[in-house]
Ligand binder design. Sequence first.
Ligand SMILES: CC(C)(COP(=O)([O-])OP(=O)([O-])OC[C@H]1O[C@@H](n2cnc3c(N)ncnc32)[C@H](O)[C@@H]1OP(=O)([O-])[O-])[C@@H](O)C(=O)NCCC(=O)NCCSC(=O)C[C@@](C)(O)CC(=O)[O-]
Length: 308
Amino acid sequence: MRKPQLVKAEGLPDRVTIYEVGPRDGLQNESAIVDVAVKAEFIRRLLDAGLTTVETTSFVHPKWVPQMADAAELLDQLEIPDGVRAPVLVPNERGLDRALAAGVREIAIFASATETFASKNLNSTLDDQFAMFTPTIQRALSQGLSVRGYVSMCYGDPWEGDVPIDQVVKVGAQLVDLGCHELSLGDTIGVATPGQVTALITAFGAAGVGVDKLAVHFHDTYGQALANTLTAFREGVTTVDSSAGGLGGCPYAESATGNLATEDLLWQLDGLGIHTGVDLLKLVETSTWMADQLGKPSPSRVVQALAG
Ligand SMILES: CC(C)(COP(=O)([O-])OP(=O)([O-])OC[C@H]1O[C@@H](n2cnc3c(N)ncnc32)[C@H](O)[C@@H]1OP(=O)([O-])[O-])[C@@H](O)C(=O)NCCC(=O)NCCSC(=O)C[C@@](C)(O)CC(=O)[O-]
């Protein structure tokens, strides 16, 4: 299999953690509901490819996202090896109850930076969403779980347009204050450009949330995801969300397309000599297998170039 030529560049980290979201962010957006056994096999293959952080599913209301209704059954079919992080998305205390019953050790809370998306995605408001998150995070922490926080619509919102940077920072800083160990900045509809990325990371730094706490999460709607990710690395971020095969989207933001593909990210990181511990060939095989299961080709450019 072809590999990128290794040429290092200045000002980049030596290693990066890939936070794989394909089984959750990817499969939540498939119109057909994927069989639970296929989901479990997908996750096993991702782990076998060397990914050590895989967001497996979500404990949201099954009527809101029927694709994730099998969360408990899926976790029951998985054995998570020592040293692997397998977080799940949880919006509220009911979701936390279900996650705890399934033996989960890490959850991810997801907040909106805009009023409209808080209403559409959480049936809440910008302020009231914290009435849901606060007791959920507090109880999760008291049970020894670690909690990641997402902020969605950081760089643009399909209904409200530009999103004030202060509004994003306010929501994110509140999540960190509540005890989130990591904050993932979501470009939910894939509109960000590199200048925005630098500005947002800088604004978080000024608010006391340093790059050691930040992760980036780009959708690739306008083809900017890799440029944005590289910008974030140059700013000192070392955790990046991506989705095997470029699966993804958000059912409550119609203009959201697939996430940054993990293979496209890996091609760049391997070329730059940045360590991830992930085997590109195995990942391409996994995404090709998953594309067969879904009956449609992977949107990842690297999967398309290397498969077959
Ligand atoms: C937040 C809610 C639950 C509010 O939904 P709601 O209808 O306002 O909930 P409620 O609190 O009023 O409760 C109504 C009923 O739902 C039940 N209920 C309540 N919660 C749960 C639960 N967790 N699991 C199961 N059942 C639940 C609850 O028990 C009650 O049952 P009843 O008493 O009527 O029998 C709903 O809006 C929801 O589930 N939203 C999730 C939407 C979602 O999953 N979106 C995709 C993920 S976000 C994303 O993709 C973006 C991200 C993270 O990737 C980053 C980026 O790209 O930006």
